[in-house]
Each structure stands twice: as C-alpha cells, then as structure tokens.
Write a protein that binds this ligand. Structure first.
Ligand code: AMP
Length: 237
C-alpha cells in the first residue's frame, strides 16, 4: 500500500505525514498557512507538531531557518482564546533580534484569527511604553528573560493564565548566563502548562534548562523520518 499524497504548485507530491491538513489545527490557521504558501511541513514541524498539538511537553533540536518558530507558534495559537484578555503564552528568547523575528512570524501566522495581541518585551525600550502595551491586553508575550523578570517583579506582567511556555534557542540563553533569570520566570508560571523547549544543540540544553528540570513527566522519544533525523529532532517529557 502507498501513502496518500497531494500536489504542490510545482507538481511534486507531498506525503500525508508532511501535510499541514493532517494536523488537528484550527481551520482559520490552515487557511492562512495556505495563503502564506506553506505547502508542506518542514522536518522539525513534522516531528514536533503532532506531539505538541496533543499537549505534550517537548524538547526539540532545531537550527535557525528550520521552521522552528512555526512549530511552536502554531501550537500556542491553536490553543489561544482571543476572547480571554490575559497572557496565555510566553516565548523566552536570548536576544531582542530573535524576539522581534518571532513576533513577526507569530503575527503572520495569527492574522486569520480575531485580534490576537502579541507584545514584545526586551531591554533597551522604556518600561513605561511596554506597560502601556500590557495594559491594553496581551495574549502572547515574547521577550528576553531579564526584561520579563523586571515586569514580573514590578507586577506589570501576570502569568496566572499562562498555558504555554516556550524556550527558544535555550542553549544560547544558557550560554549567555540566563539560567537564574529563566528559573525565576519559570517559578512564576502555573504548574499546569505546556513547556516547549527548542535548542540548536541536544541533549545538553535539555538537561541543564530550569524549565526542563521543572517538568516532572516521563520522557518518550518520537519517531522521525531520515530527513528529520538529519536536521532536527523532538522528544517529549
Ligand atoms: P525559522 O526557522 O522559524 O526562523 O523559519 C525560517 C523561515 O521559514 C521563515 O521565514 C518562515 O516564514 C519560513 N517557513 C517556516 N515554515 C515554513 C513552511 N512550512 N513552508 C514554507 N516556509 C516556511
């Protein structure tokens, strides 16, 4: 028996396991992916999305350019309730540059949904400007650990309604000395949440990260295609 396939604009067939339509995603997200020209999942998306969308915690190895942002963005957007004006997802990034890139991709992927507010919180911008954005209601916050910690300490950011925590480029955050800051932020997140950790290296980051060590669930590895094994991998905790 052969796997079912569908065509791409250039005529090549896409295996069912690489089609976004094989995922239990909100139809508005699927329509938007089509409009963006995302015809096929990248290896990290095919490895991570089925697990992440089922609610599992995840440790994924993925390089910049692999499509890792959409892997976590689609997961948190699928779960998000736009009518609830509270921070439901937090993405921690090592740098302001990466936080800006993640925010751009999140907004592109969220554009088919109702009025989803994404706020970026990084150093180098006056706190009062960020406070005003937070006061207007944010569904998703993307930022660097130090500035997120500042907002938590001042009471301008509340993570009580958080359901998804993402650590993007976790190995780089640890190399930059953010371990204690991440641990402080993680302590203020609800215990009942999904944690998605993305790292260019594996398994060092997964065993050293405070978010990872806070996860108490048992770990299982997902199976990957040979293409996925070459460039990316994912396991659940
Ligand atoms: P990232 O690794 O998340 O920085 O993504 C790299 C680039 O790939 C970004 O410009 C994304 O918009 C794009 N991208 C992500 N996933 C897909 C996909 N499935 N098909 C086409 N482009 C994608």
């Amino acid at each position: 028996m052969t796997a079912s396939t569908s065509g791409t604009p250039d005529g090549a067939a896409i295996p069912a396991s690489r089609r976004f339509s094989s995922l239990p995603l909100n139809p508005a997200l699927l329509d938007n992916l089509q409009q963006l020209g995302y015809t096929e999942m990248t290896p990290i998306q095919a490895a991570a999305l089925p697990l992440a969308l089922s609610g599992k915690d995840l440790i994924a190895q993925a390089q910049t350019g692999s499509g890792k942002t959409a892997a976590f963005a689609l997961t948190l957007l699928d779960r998000l309730n736009p009518r609830r004006f509270a921070v439901q997802a937090l993405v921690l990034c090592p740098t302001r540059e990466l936080a800006d890139q993640v925010t751009v991709e999140l907004r592109r992927l969220a554009r088919a949904q109702d009025n989803i507010k994404v706020v970026t919180l990084c150093g180098g911008v006056p706190l009062r400007m960020q406070n005003a954005s937070l006061e207007h209601g944010a569904h998703i916050v993307v930022g660097t650990p130090g500035r997120i910690m500042d907002h938590l300490a001042r009471g301008t950011l509340d993570l009580e309604a958080l359901n998804t925590l993402v650590l993007d480029e976790a190995d780089r955050m640890l190399d930059m000395g953010f371990f204690d800051d991440i641990a402080t932020v993680v302590r203020q997140c609800p215990m009942q949440r999904q944690t998605l950790l993305f790292s260019a290296t594996y398994p060092e980051a997964s065993t050293r990260s405070p978010a990872s060590s806070c996860a108490s669930r048992s770990r299982s590895r997902c199976r990957r295609s040979s293409a996925a094994r070459r460039s990316s991998s994912a396991s659940t905790k």
